[in-house]
Design a protein around this ligand. Structure first.
Ligand code: GTP
Ligand code: MN
Ligand code: MN
Length: 620
């Protein structure tokens, strides 16, 4: 690692940005870093090497400056708590932009800005934005270094929190840098918290524990494969390797190069008979991916191993099957609701070496969040640093409080989760949070029907316990906030991948853990009991179970799903699988409106599937 003081160039605040020209190769990287420094004017430039020593010194520095708190070393060894600015706690979808050459290429579900205009605005905002701070150059590999599906990127950031978090979430540092040869394509990612410590008149500005800016801009340039992120320190906006690169930019790369970058967990399932299966599943944010990926099966003899909990890159392999890797190296998981009963594997994972953000702290220096224990402690420090008791009106942890922890620490991690070639996928599962209509599990007739399932994933804002279906929030492929190009083109790309895979394509299923009974309670216990649905899926893959074809897909035959010991009466089972033709007809009309948003970019094959659904419902 090299360290140099000062950029040594003339400030270029207010320039057009034409000096910042990333390109392939290591020389272009050095030029780009120098150009970014001359624009942002940091005090120091540090190329990070990813070493333990460097990590420790960054963490110690942050504790000393008050930007993080060291947790008690006997209760939570090697772990820290960061409290964000209360206005910087989540992804900012309305400030996230896809700056493709044309608006149509971004599509109706993305915010679009003209790339030249956005570049000009960002160049002005980045001008002098790192004054008084250190600029870190952070090379990282998504996927194992040198892996067949892996990609490298370089993030420049003025946030040490981002550096220590990226070290957990990716393969960061010297090894990744060594991957960049004279011609290597790498993705440039600029990040600043947008709070310089030197004002325009040269006077000093005091630092705060969590610097950020009221103005936030998360911009993606798909044609040049660049990311610029301004004003936020929150993970989804600032850890650019994750959502910005591994989903938005990678989805564009994947479309061009014949693979898929998806918001999916990956697991290995071993049946009591010893059969090994690999499953990829897409559920929207906060719909259960991390929990499913770390499931502790309630049925004896079954084993679920974690490969990934949020992102999968999938590619047709030399054998004609679909292979997948988890491009990440860590978990950035939702803390609230994670407890010893619902997700013991996650609880064990975060025992040590974890960075917590916006959880509550106990008086003896441990962490707590709603759901961590049944009874809350009598006294806590809440996520904003204020005293808290069970009588306090607000939750102690922010609902989007997160843990950042290495995947290798997870007790259920698969032994070869980081293998270079990944794993061959046997089944793809789509899910959403639906109080009504969508059965517990249904099988697609074929890949095309599965793409129809994916294109119509939805969740409900509120629990519509009775009456007509409520307004649906469509989140196709669980990629609504993450697809770097027109969503309808994404569906077409999926159809083409299926054409290529042919008979070797994985089977596709749709699940819904969240259906409610007329009295408003969940019909299905979920979590570890979801193994029963996996058992049925495994039986279908092995041709060991029969289906009952309904207008919305293949359902388990009566007795086909093992519900022994759950205390579900026949009535509850009927409710879990009921396909109400009237309610579904209303839903089909909403799906038609959903497709119409995308105009003639919707593949005809998916429109045909929707027509087929309507015909089947009319006949039912
Ligand atoms: P992101 O990390 O934001 O992409 O979300 P995620 O998909 O990983 O969601 P996560 O696993 O963190 O779960 C979100 C919420 O769903 C939590 O409150 C869980 O308790 C709840 N949840 C997860 N699985 C189940 C389930 O099987 N049944 C029920 N009822 N709730 C579940
Ligand atoms: Mn996610
Ligand atoms: Mn998650």
């Amino acid at each position: 690692s090299t360290r140099s003081t000062g950029s040594g160039s003339t400030p270029s605040t207010g320039s057009t940005g034409s000096t910042i020209e990333p390109g392939p190769g290591i020389d272009a990287l050095r030029r780009w870093v120098a150009d970014v420094a001359s624009l942002t004017q940091p005090d120091d430039i540090v190329w990070v090497d990813g070493s333990e020593e460097e990590n420790r010194s960054l963490l110690t520095g942050m504790v000393r400056s008050g930007s993080i708190v060291a947790l008690d070393d006997s209760l939570r060894p090697g772990s820290f708590l960061a409290r964000s600015d209360p206005a910087d706690v989540a992804r900012v979808e309305d400030r996230t932009f896809i700056c493709s050459a044309t608006e149509a290429d971004a599509g109706p579900t993305n915010n679009w800005r003209d790339p030249a205009e956005m570049r000009e605005e960002l160049t002005a905002r980045f001008g002098g934005s790192m004054r008084g701070r250190t600029m870190y150059v952070v090379p990282f590999s998504m996927g194992p270094v040198g892996g067949a599906i892996s990609q490298v990127g370089v993030q420049v950031t003025d946030s040490p929190y981002v550096v220590v978090s990226t070290r957990i979430m990716t393969r960061m540092g010297a090894e990744a840098l060594a991957e960049i040869g004279p011609d290597t394509e790498w993705v440039p990612a600029l990040h600043t918290v947008g709070m310089p410590l030197v004002a325009d008149d040269g006077s000093a500005v005091g630092d705060v524990p969590w610097p950020s800016n009221e103005v936030k801009i998360i911009a993606h340039f798909p044609e040049t494969r660049e990311i610029w992120s301004y004003g936020s320190g929150y993970g989804g906006n600032a850890l650019l390797a994750k959502k910005c690169f591994a989903l938005r930019i990678a989805s564009v790369m994947a479309r061009q190069d014949g693979w898929l970058a998806e918001h999916m967990l990956l697991i290995r399932l071993t049946t009591p008979a010893g059969k090994v299966l690999h499953i990829a599943a897409a559920f929207p944010s906060a719909c259960g991916k991390t929990n499913f990926a770390m499931m502790t099966p309630s049925l004896p003899g079954w084993k679920v191993e974690t490969i990934g909990d949020d992102i999968a890159w999938l590619r047709p392999g030399a054998d004609g099957r679909l292979w997948a890797i988890n491009p990440e190296a860590g978990f950035f998981g939702v803390a609230p609701g994670t407890g010893p009963d619902t997700n013991p594997a996650a609880m064990a994972t975060v025992r040590s070496n974890t960075i917590f953000t916006n959880v509550a702290m106990t008086l003896d220096g441990d962490v707590w969040w709603e759901g961590a224990t049944e009874e809350p402690p009598k006294h806590l420090i809440d996520w904003r640093g204020r005293p808290w008791t069970p009588d306090s009106p607000e939750p102690a942890a922010h609902p989007n409080a997160r843990f950042t922890v290495a995947a290798a620490q997870c007790p259920t991690i698969s032994g070869d989760w980081d293998s270079h070639d990944g794993v061959p996928i046997d089944a793809i599962v789509f899910g959403g949070r639906r109080a009504t209509n969508v059965p517990l599990v249904a099988e697609a007739e074929d890949w095309e029907h599965g793409v129809f399932f994916g294109s119509t994933i939805s969740s409900e804002q509120t629990a519509a316990a009775e009456g007509p279906v409520g307004e649906l929030r469509l989140d196709p492929f669980a990629m609504l906030p993450f697809c770097g190009y027109n969503m309808a083109d994404h569906w077409q790309h999926w159809l083409e991948i299926g054409d290529q895979l042919g008979s070797k394509a994985p089977k596709v299923f749709r699940v819904n853990w969240f259906r409610k009974s007329s009295d408003g309670g969940y019909l299905w216990p979920g979590f570890g009991e979801n193994i029963r649905v996996l058992e049925w899926i495994a039986d279908r893959l092995e041709d060991d179970a029969e289906v009952e074809w309904s207008p919305v897909g293949g359902l388990p035959r009566v007795g086909g799903l093992d519900v022994a010991g759950l205390g579900l009466d026949g009535f509850a089972l009927d409710e879990l699988f009921e396909v109400d033709a009237v309610a579904w007809s209303a839903e089909a009309e909403q799906l038609r409106a959903h497709f119409d948003r995308f105009g003639d970019r919707v593949p005809q094959r998916l429109r045909d599937r929707l027509d087929q659904l309507t015909r089947r419902l009319d006949a039912a």
